[in-house]
Design a protein. Structure first.
Length: 446
């Protein structure tokens, strides 16, 4: 019998058949091992090897899957990988195409949390310099928690007991896969509604129940919140990343409410003490003001009396001066002086000499008056002669004799050559003026 001819495969055909066979039998597998030879290339893809005591498995993880990993992979780390096995035809190499990666064994979540904590701390989200002071008297408080939990009732009861303040509640899940998203949306809602302070938290529970408050998105939202945030997650022994990122941490929701609002009773007591202190201070100041007013009143009265006395003396002195300057007083003084002089004159000169002197004085006065009259008559005669001469020389007197003055504009016309036919002339007469135009010009005939 003839030997049958064996089927000959190309390399690509064999590799592809083997790849399809693997895909059909292993749609998706979970593999646990230790990371070695980890390298992340410039394109963002990761390549490493999983190993255990007996075998090695090359792993390729594309960038789209690597960005979803919530912890930092390192050589020597034990991880659990979910992916699809296959053959990389270009190298004929069997490898695992990873889709999800998570730490394996006990402490996996703790390792992931520690790595996230170190990452956020390196960005400064937990720095004390970022902590903002809480408002002393918030006008409205936003509470992001479950509306069915005990935490929200503790917060409401404590706030209304201490200092009644409006509270806006954003109901959200505080555990489970949807809790981080609902917490973030609840914070955005209360901030948009206009609150001065936000309380984020829940009551106590297991560590896994509080994991939503360790979520990176929740922590970043608390850090970027435009208003101060109080974190009240679990009990005092519980510490989440949200507690580190918040502006203040409270051990319980009740303690958070006590941080959010002041104690009304303490404020009332403080107001009463301050009111009593102010009353004492006001009474003390009023007493001192009354004393100062009494002293000022006495001083003002004494000063006023001194001023009035000085002004009275000055007025009395001015009245004496005014009386001395009055015309009647001066006339009386002059009259007395005249009488005294008359008496002295009568005693020194005889009456006859006085009479003779009086007649001489009367004659001199008559001569003086006559001389003045003659002088005035002479001056009037001279003035009349001057006026007659001036009138004879005045051009107006010439105009009275029938002559006239002719002007061409501002020029006095003395010669016919100064004008031309059509010129406007102004003729000045003894009484009035005539306007005329030149019709014809004739030269002088000598």
């Amino acid at each position: 019998m003839a030997t049958p001819t064996p089927k000959i495969y190309t390399v690509a055909e064999l590799v592809n058949r083997a790849h399809r066979c693997i895909e059909q039998n292993f749609n998706g597998v979970h593999v646990e091992g230790e990371v070695t030879n980890l390298r992340i290339v410039g394109s963002g893809h990761a390549y490493f090897t999983l190993r255990d005591a007996e075998a090695l498995l090359p792993v390729a993880m594309w960038r789209s899957a690597l960005v979803r990993v919530r912890f930092k992979m390192q050589d020597g780390q034990r991880i659990r990988v979910f992916g699809r096995p296959g053959i990389y035809a270009a190298q004929g190499k069997f490898q695992l195409y990873a889709e999800r990666v998570e730490p394996a064994g006990q402490g996996a979540l703790l390792l992931q949390l520690e790595q996230l904590k170190a990452k956020l701390a390196a960005e400064g989200m937990f720095a004390e310099s970022k902590k903002r002071p809480l408002p002393r008297f918030p006008r409205r408080i936003g509470v992001v928690t479950s509306a069915r939990g005990a935490a929200v009732h503790d917060i409401i009861r404590t706030v209304h007991r201490r200092f009644p303040t409006p509270i806006l509640i954003a109901d959200c899940a505080v555990q489970g896969p949807t809790a981080p998203h609902q917490i973030v949306m609840g914070m955005a809602m209360v901030v948009r509604a206009g609150v001065d302070l936000v309380i984020v938290g829940r009551g106590g529970g297991a560590a896994t129940d509080l994991s939503a408050f360790d979520h990176e998105r929740v922590v970043r939202t608390i850090s970027r919140c435009p208003v101060p945030v109080i974190a009240a997650v679990g009990h005092e022994v519980d510490l989440t990343l949200s507690d580190l990122a918040a502006d203040a941490r409270a051990s319980t929701p009740t303690a958070a409410a006590e941080l959010a609002v002041p104690d009304g009773a303490s404020i009332d007591e403080l107001f009463s003490k301050e009111r009593r202190r102010l009353d004492r201070e006001i009474r003390h100041r009023l007493d001192r003001a009354h004393q100062d007013l009494d002293r000022a009143t006495l001083s003002t009265h004494a000063h006023g009396a001194r001023v009035l006395a000085a002004r009275g003396n000055e007025l009395h002195r001015l009245q004496h001066r005014l009386a001395a300057l009055h015309p009647r007083a001066r006339l009386a003084e002059k009259h007395a002086m005249f009488n005294e002089l008359t008496r002295r004159l009568a005693a020194v000169h005889p009456i006859g000499r006085i009479t003779q002197g009086q007649r001489t004085l009367d004659g001199l006065l008559a001569r003086c008056n006559a001389a003045m009259q003659r002088s005035l008559a002479d001056r009037r005669s001279e003035l009349a002669q001057c006026a007659s001469g001036m009138h004879a020389l005045s051009p107006l007197a010439v105009l009275d004799r029938g002559y006239a003055m002719v002007h061409a504009g501002d020029i006095l016309v003395r010669d016919a050559t100064q004008v031309a036919p059509g010129d406007r002339l102004r003729i000045r007469l003894a009484r009035g003026e005539i306007l005329t135009d030149v019709v014809e010009r004739k030269k002088e005939q000598r």
